[in-house]
Write a protein that binds this ligand. Structure first.
Ligand code: AMP
Length: 396
């Protein structure tokens, strides 16, 4: 059974046709800038890349192009299910869900919690339902993995009515990635996941740390929205909750403008005054750029604090996992973070860390350290596995 995995954004979608058992990808690609003149679809299969321009093409047109390619490769009849990444499942979903009208409605109910993401996810689901009528469609939620967080971790100290009536609590995100890398780390460490207390650090454009005990999330740095926690590419992470009121009064900015700036004009970009891209920041730091150095320094400081917070959630720590574009590729960020963590029992092996920077993954800790390792995340494979898994459990 092959699964078509869709990760839909507001004007783009990523797709991959994956064998859930092996993770082998047969066809993958990216449709982007949909709805505008520069719309295009990139298709990668068998080491070959084609790019089609779609000139203002819609979601549905891009989907038709993917279908045509599946036909050309003789693969369409082998697609047994479509797995969709859905960002916010609220408190309702603690596992993937085969999509029914009720499930779609529940995803719609979560739109106020993820106004940028859930509408795009719904558009992707609807386009795929039209393109593949009769095929099972499954929603795999970024929040579901964190539904095992205990109340002590997920409640904010705010009026109870906000929690009861408006769902104001911590949800956590990047769950698909945290779950995948925790499983892979257990495999690399040669120990059952059920016995391990792991801290996983997903560091990409968005960043979060997670405390994973026995394969279950018990805390995460992200909260009600993916804005809480660590410093990210363009997101501020934690700020004083009094900031909005103060800034609105002194600057005249509206709540919407402040929230937009905290999401899109903050983080590494704001601190460096240069870019949100960690690779460029490392190059700029090497050239002596003061803002870049400060941005990386604060990023690492806050990351180490986040890791320490996850150690509190776990009580005992058996390992630390780095993943995401920065976690997998930046030896500098990993080294600087580990340098702040000897009190937790972590010590870096510099040559292993440098080797892991070449995309290999693997352990980066010294022999007398708690294990720290790099694991390349594969959210598409995890979505394919979860989709296949839930369909096997669901009678049809
Ligand atoms: P992601 O969202 O997981 O694709 O991660 C994007 C982030 O990873 C960006 O900040 C990139 O600059 C960063 N990144 C990718 N490759 C490298 C690299 N070789 N060195 C440092 N950062 C990298």
């Amino acid at each position: 059974m092959w699964t078509l995995v869709l990760n839909s954004g507001s004007s783009s979608f990523k797709f991959a046709l994956i064998d859930p058992a092996s993770g082998k990808t047969w066809l993958s690609g990216l449709a982007e800038r949909l709805g505008v003149e520069a719309a295009s679809v990139r298709l990668d299969s068998d080491g070959k890349r084609q790019t089609h321009s779609l000139n203002g093409g819609s979601y549905a047109e891009a989907m038709r192009l993917v279908l045509a390619e599946l036909d050309a490769l003789g693969l369409r009849q082998d697609v047994r299910a479509v797995g969709h990444r859905v960002v916010h499942g609220g408190s309702r979903f603690s596992a993937p869900a085969p999509i029914t009208p009720e499930v779609l409605e529940a995803i719609r109910d979560c739109v106020p919690l993820a106004p940028l993401h859930n509408p795009a996810n719904i558009a992707g689901i609807e386009a795929a339902m039209n393109a593949f009528p009769g095929l099972p469609q499954v929603a795999v939620f970024d929040t579901a993995f964190h539904q095992t967080m205990p109340e002590i971790a997920y409640r904010y100290a705010v009026p109870e009515e906000w929690f009861r009536q408006h769902g104001v609590r911590r949800y956590g995100f990047h769950g698909i990635s945290h779950a995948f890398v925790a499983g892979e780390a257990a495999r690399v460490l040669g120990r059952p996941l059920a016995e391990l207390n792991l801290i996983t650090a997903h560091l990409g454009n968005g960043c979060s740390v997670c405390a994973v005990s026995g394969g279950r999330s018990v805390d995460s740095s992200m909260g009600l929205t993916p804005l809480e926690g660590l410093v990210m590419g363009t997101r501020s992470g934690n700020v004083d909750p009094g900031l909005h009121d103060y800034l609105a009064r002194v600057s005249g900015l509206t709540l919407t403008q402040i929230t937009a700036a905290l999401n899109r004009e903050s983080g590494l970009l704001a601190l460096s005054g240069l870019t949100n891209d960690m690779r460029e920041l490392e190059e700029a730091t090497a050239r002596g750029h003061v803002g870049a150095k400060l941005a990386v320094g604060i990023f690492v400081y806050r990351l180490a604090q986040g890791i320490a917070a996850m150690a509190v959630a776990l009580g005992r720590v058996d390992g630390l996992v780095f993943t995401g574009g920065i976690g997998e590729n930046s030896a500098t960020v990993r080294a600087a973070t580990m340098a702040r963590l000897p009190f937790l029992g972590f010590k870096l092996d510099e040559s292993a860390n440098a080797a892991a920077a070449r995309g290999q993954g693997g352990p980066i800790s010294a022999p007398d350290s708690l294990p720290a390792l790099v694991v390349n995340t594969n959210e598409e494979w995890m979505i394919a596995r979860e989709t296949a898994g839930i369909l096997a459990l669901t009678p049809r």
